[in-house]
Design a protein around this ligand. Structure first.
Ligand code: SF4
Ligand code: SF4
Length: 365
């Protein structure tokens, strides 16, 4: 028996984010039929359209099928009523990760434009305070050397600590999400595989971005996601090496250092991936994603992070007078993307991985 617990405000939130009128759905089921990712048993997104139309929050927030959808838009293109089920699932995913954000305040702060100044002021104040404590809060004379403004030991220690703190809290939310996946009513006949076995299997799908290849309406998304994903992975590898180089006093890196070349390659990949994503959103190609505030916040933050990283590098080699201000701005961007990661759209990478792992564990293909 399905427990009905309608929440009309939840329905209205979905409608507001997705721009869809849920009452227009006539439950024809076309969306589930055309979806190449939907399983044969209890297919999506038709059932989610019922849940959304009834404001059944408890059936949606921890629903693994939300995350099996890769927002290709095939269902939205074919929906005879113009309801845009793909957008409805995207909006529900957004409400889902917001609800699991821990502490909850981060979820609110990063989803409301009116709270954007606060989301920016927090890193500005904290970073300035750390530099002040390091005793270097002034613009140094002479050739640009960022470590004289923010000593690398302070930078590495403080950002590592803050990132670990943010992710430790976020893990509480991931744990709640995992529990809700298990109570979602899918796979009630008990799980067939363990977490690690399932994760090991789905990782190939995730790394190869295989599921995007099944989309028909919106093929450019696979390339864009691929470039952003691997551009970011490369950037993380380069950052880890930079920390190691700073500890062993080999920093800054010269232009011909292999890790510097890798860093520039990752910037190129990120620019290209983000560029395709922004183009597809602005051009609003048929079946492409519509854009919510959270979508734009993530894209603009990642773009500014990449752009400011390149500018900061140029400022060091060319000894620009504004170098230290640009560097400070870059650090705020780093905070925004890395430390806030679990609570922004970037958190998809974790929620989707968990949901795909769960789906595999219950043999939901
Ligand atoms: S969302 Fe559209 S395609 Fe899906 S059941 Fe409703 S009317 Fe049919
Ligand atoms: S957007 Fe694509 S993957 Fe998602 S439900 Fe629709 S057809 Fe399926």
């Amino acid at each position: 028996m399905i427990e009905l617990a309608p929440d009309i405000s939840f329905k209205k939130q979905i409608e507001k984010i997705s721009g869809s009128s849920l009452s227009t759905c006539m439950q024809c089921g076309t969306c589930s039929v055309v979806c190449n990712l939907s399983p044969d048993v209890k297919p999506f997104p038709r059932k989610e359209m019922i849940y959304a139309g009834w404001g059944m929050k408890n059936k949606l927030l921890g629903n693994p099928d939300l995350w099996l959808c890769h927002q290709c838009g095939d269902c939205s293109t074919r929906c005879p009523r113009g309801v845009n089920p793909g957008e409805v699932l995207a909006a529900t995913r957004e409400l889902s990760y917001r609800s699991y954000a821990t502490p909850g305040f981060f979820g609110k702060m990063l989803s409301r434009p009116v709270l954007l100044p606060m989301a920016l002021i927090i890193p500005v104040i904290v970073i300035a305070a750390i530099i002040f404590l390091a005793g270097t809060l002034e613009i140094p004379d002479g050739p640009v050397n960022y470590s004289r403004f923010f000593p690398h030991s302070w930078l590495n220690a403080s950002f590592t600590l803050l990132t670990l703190l943010s992710y430790s809290f976020a893990t509480i939310g991931f744990r709640r999400f995992w529990n809700d996946l298990q109570n979602s009513g899918l796979g009630e006949t008990s799980r067939k595989r363990g977490f690690f076995t399932s994760f090991w299997k789905v990782k190939n799908d995730i790394l190869a971005h295989n599921r995007f290849t099944k989309c028909e309406s919106n093929r450019g998304r696979q390339l864009a996601h691929f470039l952003v994903f691997y551009g970011f992975v490369l950037l993380l590898i380069v950052t880890l090496y930079a920390i190691y180089a700073a500890i062993t006093e080999r920093y800054p890196l010269e232009l011909d250092n292999p890790f510097k070349i890798l860093g520039n390659l990752s910037s190129l990949m990120l620019f290209s991936g983000i560029g395709i994503m922004i183009y597809m959103r602005i051009a609003k190609k048929e079946g492409s994603e519509k854009s919510s505030y959270s979508d734009w916040l993530f894209l603009v933050a990642l773009l500014l992070l990449t752009f400011s990283g390149v500018v900061v590098e140029a400022a060091r080699f060319l000894n620009w007078s504004a170098a230290y201000y640009l560097y400070f701005f870059h650090l705020v961007c780093v905070w925004f993307v890395i430390i806030y990661l679990p609570h922004t759209k970037f958190g998809h990478v974790i929620y989707r991985t968990l949901a795909m792992t769960f789906a595999f564990s219950i043999n939901r293909k």
